[in-house]
Design a protein around this ligand. Structure first.
Ligand SMILES: Cc1ncc(COP(=O)(O)O)c(C=O)c1O
Length: 360
């Protein structure tokens, strides 16, 4: 009789010990078995295998943060590429990274609404970075259109806001998919992590090995455990987001609501394609955002998303504070826009809290 642990052991070893000199030398050449935890680690590998399954990918490389994952995907893909084209409506940290790092090719921007035309105008072999859906007004880029317009491009999709439950971009034309695993994948506000999935990951792995932005094994275990409940969590979060956004749209003090489940949303028609549901984030406009924030008791005032607790934040004042007012307006972000990242609380309790905060 044999048995095995029901969950992956947390292997904290930084280095691995060999029985003989030949095996040690072989592990350097063949990257197996484990040699050193900046190269690979059993607990991190257990997580990577689960994420690859969720994405329908051949492999996955995990990182110490979502930003490290975005950085590695971009560095790996742009090596020898003639151009990097980036969707304008992306996470602020990624904006900052693009200005901060030095890239081996020219960097250009395009708006999500012009993505297909922008992709068609790129040179062969360019790199395209997309984010799907966008923050905070939950727009959905036409990934399949971009793929058709740029058949030789390397397309990277940051699908953090979708989770692999609602979007598997590799099946719709992406070459690499990135997540801040800090959000839905881990799901409990207790870890910072990132993942890159795809089929040809040698260059991504090499960036991790060289720059050392590895995921700690104990953190990898927490993300692995989060994945056990991912589907249940995101389905409930999406159902609550749909209910709250539909009710808010009827509320007289709310001037706009953004969630793809609403027929009024410009990308409602894209649901069912690259994105099967809008997910747990929505945003809405009110004339007095600070007053509404201060009256809420069941919503926590915080900027992240994807965890067990419902979080709410101002978009203009917090998540997009480093974006100029003109760019905010272009991205549909008004001064009164509040972004909600739904957690696992009872939907009716959240609604009662929102209604009370709006009616005072
Ligand atoms: C879409 C998106 N990508 C990347 C990141 C960066 O992830 P991390 O905070 O895990 O470094 C974030 C963080 O909020 C994000 O929202």
């Amino acid at each position: 009789m044999t048995s095995r642990p029901a969950v992956p052991p947390v292997v904290l070893a930084s280095t691995f010990v060999f029985e003989d000199a030949e095996s040690m030398a072989r592990s350097v050449q063949e990257r197996t078995p484990h040699l050193y935890s900046r190269w690979s680690n059993p607990t991190v590998e257990a997580l990577e295998a689960e994420v690859a399954k969720l994405e329908g990918a051949e492999g996955c490389v995990a990182f110490g943060s979502g930003m490290a994952a975005v950085h590695a995907a971009l560095l790996a893909a742009t090596e020898g590429a003639p151009a990097l084209a980036v969707q304008r409506e992306i996470y602020g940290g990624t904006h900052e990274l693009l200005g901060f790092a030095t890239w081996p090719c020219p960097v250009s921007r395009f708006s999500l609404v012009d993505a297909v035309d922008a992709a068609a105008a790129l040179p062969e072999g360019a790199v395209i970075l997309l984010e799907l859906p966008t923050n905070p007004i939950v727009r959905v880029v036409d990934l399949e259109g971009v793929r058709a317009a740029a058949p030789t491009a390397t397309i990277i999709v940051d699908a953090t806001f979708a989770s692999p439950v609602f979007s598997r971009p590799l099946e719709h034309g992406a070459d690499l998919v990135v997540h801040s695993a800090t959000k839905y994948l881990a799901g409990h506000h207790d870890v910072v992590a990132g993942v890159v999935s795809g089929s040809d990951l040698d260059a991504v792995w090499r960036v991790r090995k060289v720059l050392g932005a590895v995921l700690d094994p104990a953190a990898a275990y927490r993300v692995w455990r989060g994945l056990r409940t991912l589907k249940l969590r995101v389905r409930q979060q999406n159902a609550t987001a749909e209910l709250l956004s539909a009710r808010l749209e009827e509320h007289p003090r709310v001037t706009a609501v953004h969630h793809p489940s609403l027929p009024s949303h410009p990308d409602h028609g894209r649901l069912g394609g690259v994105l099967s549901a809008g997910g747990g984030v929505f945003s809405f406009d009110v004339p007095d955002p600070s007053a509404v924030l201060n009256r809420l008791t069941r919503f926590e005032l915080a900027p992240s998303l994807g965890g067990t607790n419902t979080l709410i934040t101002s978009a203009a004042g917090v998540t997009h504070a480093n974006v100029s007012p003109e760019e905010q307006a272009e991205a549909g972000i008004s001064q009164g826009l509040l972004r909600v990242a739904v957690g696992l609380e009872d939907a009716e309790e959240l609604w009662a809290d929102l209604e009370a905060a709006l009616s005072q």
